[in-house]
Design a protein around this ligand. Structure first.
Ligand code: ZN
Length: 242
């Protein structure tokens, strides 16, 4: 089944619409968490995602907005966005977020926002962390978000150490080689130096995964953020993809 895999929308509706327009035909959507936080359109993003009837997770920013996670480890801008977002969201949209788990299985895949070991908070950015996390899921492949960096950690059958691949637009991976932890990158706030929205398409029968990027109207998202007087640093970082 052709599956659109998206993560870390972070209330950036313009980026989400660009992804949906670019992705073409798909049969279902998997969303890996962090629907809100940072961006100017939290209600619109929750409502747009809900229309797609996705298999969805919650992320650490969603949890913070719901009051399920302490914001001590957030920087000042992120904490400010948590408060702003909580005030903006309707009761109905808060209830939708409340119902999302941070980890679930869809065999032969495990879906976790951050990592299978610590689904809400851990960043899988290095080989050591990835290697340890391979012990925390039973399926062949685990899909994660959270770092906002498209990546593939691959553990082929003969190897005991995973390999790390940083990936770009158009890269195609045959996931049948062994076990993997795959991250599609972020729709609404990319952090790999490429400001384009990131997403992936997965054919769950052939196990072929495609990484995609699509340009969106960053200036429009920035204008919406300025209108709400959101933090300058968060507005500026969008155009650098950092
Ligand atoms: Zn995020």
């Amino acid at each position: 089944m052709r599956t659109l895999v998206i993560s870390d929308i972070h209330a950036n509706l313009v980026a989400l619409e660009a992804v949906l327009a670019d992705a073409g035909h798909w049969e279902r959507v998997w969303f890996l968490g962090d629907l809100v936080g940072y961006g100017p359109n939290p209600n619109e993003c929750v409502e747009r995602l809900r229309e797609l009837e996705p298999l969805a997770l919650s992320g650490n920013h969603d949890w913070a907005v719901l009051g399920k996670l302490d914001t001590d480890e957030f920087n000042d801008d992120a904490r400010r966005m948590v408060r702003w977002t909580r005030n903006e969201l309707t009761e109905d949209n808060l209830a939708y977020l409340e119902g999302l788990p941070p980890r679930r299985e869809a065999a032969p895949f495990t879906l976790a926002h951050a990592s299978p070991r610590h689904p809400v908070w851990e960043y899988i950015l290095d080989l050591q962390t990835a290697r340890e996390n391979f012990d925390y899921f039973d399926t062949a492949c685990c899909l994660v978000g959270h770092t906002h960096i498209p990546t593939l950690f691959a553990l082929d059958e003969a190897a005991t150490e995973p390999d790390l691949y940083l990936v770009g637009h158009g890269d195609i991976v045959d996931l049948k080689f062994g076990r993997s932890i795959v991250n599609p990158g972020s729709v609404g706030q990319p952090r790999d130096g490429d400001p384009r929205a990131a997403y992936a398409l997965l054919d769950s029968e052939s196990m072929v995964w495609e990484f995609h990027r699509v340009a969106y109207d960053i200036a429009e998202t920035q204008a919406r953020m300025r209108r709400h007087k959101l933090p300058t640093r968060l507005i500026e970082r969008l155009e650098f993809g950092m």
